[in-house]
Design a protein. Sequence first.
Length: 255
Amino acid sequence: MTPQPARKTPTAVAVGLNFALPPGSLGLELSQPKPKSARRRLSLRNAFTLLELMLVLVIMVTIASIVTPSLGEIFERQKLRSAANTMQTRWDKARIEAMRTGQAQVFECELGSSNYSVKPLMLGGDATNAGAGATIVTGGSIVEQDVNGFAVAADTSLVESETLDDGIVFQACLVAGDTRAFSVAQESQSELGTVNDLSINNVAQRIIFYPDGSTSTAEAQLKNTRGDVRAIQIRGITGHTRTLEVSNVASGAES
């Protein structure tokens, strides 16, 4: 057998020749430098043009102009709903106070404003009929009856005017007329007219909470700055209260 000549390994050394070895011939990868024009194009793509920035700004302003009024409407309606719930709770509290003390409580509000109050109705028979915590008139002085039946200094801060949240006002206070309320108003006016605010002239705008748990049948309406209206209703026989939506102003049609 004739011996085969040994194969020579390719070499990258050449005299007087300028050539590039094909990739992988020596297990090496040779990288070629990128042209300057290509590097320049890549660097320009890393920044935004003025036109692109202005377009993004216009889009953001447009979105903000759409979203901002919607958020304002949601906030105002939630604020009105919260005020109505607060008033409902205040009525429930007045009813419980009337049953606890054995003394009627009277709610009144100022239409067109956020002011209201709940005051005890002081009558001549309270000294014997009312219980602990009742505010009565004795000897020309306003006092409070304690658990032992003794008269102590009354806390006048309990009958101070209260207010709703800013921007919420009373639009209406509708009270159904009944003979019981009229009779109580006559008694209040004849006995302690200088102490009580209740009279036959204003009983149609007052809500009375009686010691037996019954109340006037009434509805108070609250309005926010947009003109949305929400009502609080109370049923006279049971004293049950609820809130409901009366009207909502459409977007962009605020009063």
